[in-house]
Design a protein around this ligand. Structure first.
Ligand code: CA
Length: 374
């Protein structure tokens, strides 16, 4: 009994010594292990971010893309990250998204780069430029042709990390109250048309205006503007433009395949653990394609309704008007590249890619679609 009584404290002492030695070893290694511990903490940390957009809340296509990204990120991260999406004007104006993300007042935004042409002229190439790349082509340029690297370089000084996040496919030229039979009909025409498309219209004698989508119907109905472009039948039907204008013109030479952007404050992005960055990039890539699929699946049904039910008059722009717009576009793009170092760099890459892809499409997709549609 006595010996047992003596042995027990001794055993405890040995256990305590072993524990203390283990602690010493662990503390001694703490320099190497701190990163691992930080990563463990980051794996558990909750992120509740806010995302502002240039679109009406839950707007079909455009407005649903950020909602779907938010849903996917929450699911894929098992609830570690939640993103609250705000429609235009709820927290910042439609065209205040870039500044909100740049300043860090909001971690994320969803919009189109051509809205920032006054601040970042080269951003327009990452949305759409007249007679430029189609949706498939801009995806290939951005993801596989060097576009994304340039985009991130151009936005870096604004402390923004851009991610491709949606595409509407080829748009319509838009809604007009009078027929366009020649270039003379463009003179003095006050039209809502953003980006370089607007500059082309101006050069052709028109008056371009930039207004957020939510203001277009009233502007058109009250005569503040004579014409407007927006997206295509699927979206245009929801805004009811057919109640304010009779003629619906195509093709959308000014926006052949506009890519939308998820904007992320660079400091916020860098604060994320790697797995959440991968989740956001992957969710955005899925939605980038999903939005295009949605538009392609819905556009013709909406167009049929506009024409058959609402009596909209569908019109193709005359060839000579399209050709004039094309010549003006090329000149404007060349001039922009002379004045702006960033545009010169981006345009060079964009132009070369477009040439390559157009050459191949001539004997692949273009030739096939022509044969199929005969
Ligand atoms: Ca548009």
């Amino acid at each position: 009994m006595v010996s047992y009584g003596l042995r027990k404290p001794r055993k405890n002492l040995m256990r305590n010594l072993t524990y203390i030695l283990t602690l010493i070893v662990l503390v001694g290694c703490s320099g190497e292990q701190s990163t691992g511990l930080d990563e463990d903490v980051l794996k558990e940390k909750k992120y509740n971010w806010r995302l502002v957009t240039s679109w009406p809340k839950n707007y079909p296509g455009l407005g649903m893309a950020p909602e779907r990204i938010a849903d996917l990120v929450e699911e894929m991260s098992n609830g570690q990250m939640t993103i609250t999406v705000y429609g235009a004007e709820e927290q910042v104006p439609a065209f205040g998204v870039f500044d909100a993300v740049s300043s860090g007042s909001h971690q994320m935004g969803h919009s189109g780069g051509y809205f920032w042409k006054g601040k970042v002229p080269a951003a327009q190439f990452f949305t759409s430029v007249p007679f430029g790349l189609t949706a498939d082509e801009i995806n290939a340029w951005v993801y596989r042709g060097g576009g994304l690297e340039l985009w991130r370089e151009i936005y870096q000084p604004f402390n923004i990390y851009p991610i491709p996040a949606g595409n509407t496919g080829t748009q319509m030229f838009g809604w007009f109250n009078k027929e366009i039979n020649s270039l003379a009909d463009i003179k003095g025409l006050k039209m809502r048309i953003p980006g370089i498309g607007g500059e082309v219209l101006k050069e052709a004698g028109g008056i371009p205006v930039t207004l957020p989508g939510g203001e277009l119907f009233t502007a058109l109905q009250t005569g503040v503007i004579d014409a407007t472009e927006w997206v295509g039948p699927y979206n245009d039907l929801t805004f009811g433009f057919h109640q304010a204008a009779k003629y619906y013109y195509y093709p959308g030479w000014h926006e052949p395949g506009p890519m939308l952007e998820l904007l992320i404050n660079l400091d916020a992005w860098n604060s994320l653990p790697k797995h959440l960055q991968v989740i956001i990039e992957t969710a955005s890539k899925a939605v980038n394609q999903d939005m295009l699929d949605e538009y392609l699946a819905r556009n013709n049904q909406a167009l049929t309704e506009l024409v058959d039910v609402h009596g909209v008059e569908l019109r193709r722009l005359p060839d000579d008007v399209i050709e004039e717009f094309r010549l003006i576009s090329n000149k404007i793009l060349d001039d922009l590249a002379k004045d702006d170092e960033n545009i010169a760099k981006v345009y060079e890459s964009y132009k070369n890619f477009k040439k390559d892809v157009s050459e191949y499409h001539k004997i692949s997709e273009d030739a096939f679609v022509e044969a199929r549609n005969k």
